[in-house]
Design a protein around this ligand. Structure first.
Ligand code: TXA
Ligand code: MG
Length: 330
């Protein structure tokens, strides 16, 4: 593996900013998951992202900006976008807006829109300020696999394909940003749930933010590119359950491993039982989900089982990722 993991010293940040300005790739920490970044204004640099990840060209990238000046260079924010930016940026919210001519087609897969977010991670913010560029960055994993929430995860998946990883520690949220299409301000559409919920967005906007239906996607795939595919998936098959019980575990084989939402009272006796949060805290569960899926996927198990989270707040995003990881089979 050729990638180097850099800690966030001023000297390293200056060096990585030079790599980005020259058209190179740098994996960067964000508060959601690690991203694989390149200069969003440089088409060739962005093509390198697709190659490194083996990502299909019809799955557009999210562009990360440090400030509203950079935003207005690449997108045309309306009043609704401005409201959401005031309420949630910097933070784990991506907005789909009309794009400007400054954005190369490769970033948006040729769509007339661009997805933008202002990240909150302090190291990435410093890097964005030093390089003074918008950075296109999808999650820093080989296409289709579970998103990385630590520098070690990035190394494991892309260590042979990239040279530089900036280590910002484990990600605070551990689940990709909420994505909302805000172009029609009276009818915003939630394209991907995240830790910022549709209810929180609706409250700030004063209009209902609708969930994207699978029917809408199949009628108009360009509305939500990259959303129908199986995604975030471990290699081992994953089955979902509303509730995991001691009897289910006892009946199953030795190759089955179980991820409960919270620590069950009977867990101590079972070495193949894990949980996302001891006390059932949704934020902690989100933070741990991908790391746990990855580590169990590396283990000796044949089949993974997971219990869905309570359907509220970040629990909706956790369940969305679990359903995708299960390939929509359960
Ligand atoms: O938290 C995150 O959003 C992370 C960090 C690195 O910022 N990024 C991320 O990117 O998860 P990723 O790999 O999910 O890819 C971006 C997704 C695409 O698959 C697509 O669903 C959506 O963002 N997207 C990008 N541009 C879009 C557009 N113009 N219209 C609709 N959806 C878009
Ligand atoms: Mg991704």
């Amino acid at each position: 593996m050729s990638a180097t993991i850099h800690c966030g010293t001023q000297k390293n940040l200056a060096r990585l900013a030079r790599v980005l300005k020259r058209g190179g790739l740098v994996a960067v920490p964000t508060e959601t998951v690690y991203g694989l970044a390149a200069n969003a204004l440089d088409a060739e640099a962005c093509r390198r992202i697709f190659r490194a990840k083996r990502r299909p060209a019809n799955d557009p990238l999210i562009v990360h900006v440090a400030d509203l000046d950079t935003l207005s260079h690449i997108a045309v924010p309306n009043e609704a976008a401005a409201k959401l930016a005031r309420a949630f940026w910097p933070g784990p919210l991506t907005m789909v807006m009309t794009r400007t001519a400054a954005v190369p087609d490769v970033v948006t897969s040729g769509l007339p829109s661009v997805a933008v977010r202002m990240p909150a991670h302090p190291l990435l913010r410093r890097l964005l300020k030093i390089c003074r560029l918008p950075l296109a960055a999808p999650s820093a994993n080989p296409f289709g696999y579970v998103s990385p929430t630590s520098a070690a995860h990035v190394l494991e998946g892309l260590g042979d394909a990239i040279d530089h990883i900036l280590d910002g520690g484990p990600c605070r949220h551990g689940i990709e940003s909420t994505i909302v299409d805000i172009r029609a301000p009276k009818r915003p559409i939630l394209l991907r749930p995240g830790v910022i919920s549709a209810a929180q967005l609706s409250k700030v906007l004063g209009v209902h933010v609708a969930n994207l239906s699978r029917r809408q996607v199949s009628r108009k795939p360009a509305l939500a590119p990259g959303m129908l595919a199986r995604h975030y998936s471990p290699r081992r098959p994953l089955a979902l359950h509303r509730r995991i019980t001691a009897a289910m575990v006892a009946r199953a084989g030795a190759g089955d491993v179980w991820i409960c939402f919270r620590k069950p009272s009977w867990a101590a006796a079972a070495p193949n039982v894990f949980w996302l949060s001891e006390r059932g805290d949704l934020a902690e569960a989100g933070r741990r989900l991908f790391a746990l899926l990855r580590s169990l996927d590396r283990g000796r198990w044949i089949r993974l089982h997971a219990e869905t989270a309570p359907s509220r707040g970040p629990g909706l995003a956790i369940n969305d990722r679990l359903r995708r990881a299960a390939g929509f089979r359960s």
